[in-house]
Design a protein around this ligand. Structure first.
Ligand SMILES: Cc1ncc(C[n+]2csc(CCOP(=O)(O)OP(=O)(O)O)c2C)c(N)n1
Length: 299
């Protein structure tokens, strides 16, 4: 599990390649290593990928690099098999290093990985064998299935079952004036947005969908505020990202709820001629909150 601030891309690739270790990503760590790297299995935890969660549960050792092990990343501590899994945490923050009763290394991630690489020698290999490639292929097939899902007005089978009947779904499509599913749109955008663009989001259903679906093929191009998951960060944050990296396009993924809550930096960006691209996903409500309510059988 990795985060990106100490610039560990090269060491992560080297250690993963040499010893056949799968890499999984937290929200803040996503895109430290490009998604195209063969052992990068993508997002970890409740909003993560099938592949990342499978290897995490199978692991006998998890090396947590810079991670805070938040509830999303650990699926509220159900993502690991605590009977067998041990943890080695590398973190500059001692409190975070203590988590999950780990062996603690309070140090910079890059320097620690460089030491580990020297000390592990040339003989060691994990027992994952071909299974890393197999779970990655399985997940990429599932991802491609999600990209193909098309709404239909007769017998649509939604991913979240038994909540809306066909009449309600049709009404919803009519009210919104679209039949596109959010995951298919995210995946299409991943094909057409130039890979060196920065993508940014923070609240609602989009951070989860992006952590699972977005494949960043250029390192450090994924910027998601999921510490507080603060609605309204999407547009103000996009302007900040544009100011910090003016040579790259920035695409802000924003839900209609977040957009209504705070969009004034949209005007600032126009005033100062700092271009940001807004992708507004209008599902006419607080979709993720509605989802939680339905999950608890609330009307
Ligand atoms: C400032 C703030 N207030 C409240 C919340 C709690 N909250 C999280 S997501 C959400 C609804 C987001 O709705 P929308 O932006 O339309 O996204 P959707 O879930 O529909 O994708 C709310 C109220 C929050 N994260 N931040």
């Amino acid at each position: 599990m990795a985060r990106k601030y100490s610039g560990t891309r090269d060491e992560l690739i080297e250690i993963s390649d040499k010893y056949n270790i799968p890499l999984v990503e937290t929200q803040a760590g996503k895109s430290t290593v490009e998604a195209t790297f063969k052992h990068n299995l993508g997002g970890m935890g409740i909003t993560g990928t099938l592949a990342a969660n499978k290897v995490a549960y199978a692991a006998d050792l998890v090396i947590g690099i810079g991670t805070r092990y938040t509830d999303f990343a650990t699926s509220s501590k159900t993502a690991f098999d605590f009977d067998k899994t041990k943890f080695l945490n590398i973190n500059v923050n001692r409190m975070q290093a203590y988590k999950l009763d780990a062996v603690q290394v309070v140090a910079d991630a890059k320097v620690t990985l460089q030491h580990l690489l020297k000390r592990l020698g040339d003989d060691y290999q994990t027992g994952y064998g071909e299974s890393i490639n197999e779970v990655k292929t399985e997940w990429l097939n599932e991802r491609s299935r999600l990209s193909q899902i098309q709404f239909n007005r007769e017998h649509f089978d939604p991913e979240i079952k038994e909540q809306f009947d066909q009449n309600i779904l049709n009404e919803y499509a009519d009210a919104l004036g679209t039949e596109l599913t959010q995951s298919s749109v995210v995946l299409k955008l991943n094909e057409v947005v130039s890979p060196d663009s920065n993508v940014i989001t923070s609240a609602g259903s989009l951070p989860g969908d992006l952590q699972r679906l977005w494949n960043a093929s250029v390192p450090n191009t994924y910027h998601v505020e999921y510490g507080y998951s603060c609605m309204g960060y999407e547009i103000s944050g996009a302007l900040g990202v544009r100011l910090a990296e003016p040579e790259h396009e920035v695409y802000s993924f924003v839900g209609d709820g977040s957009f209504l809550m705070l969009h004034s930096e949209f005007i600032t960006s126009l005033q100062y001629n700092k271009k940001i691209n807004l992708l507004l996903f209008d599902n006419s409500g607080y979709g993720c909150i509605n989802n939680l309510q339905m999950g608890k059988r609330s009307e």
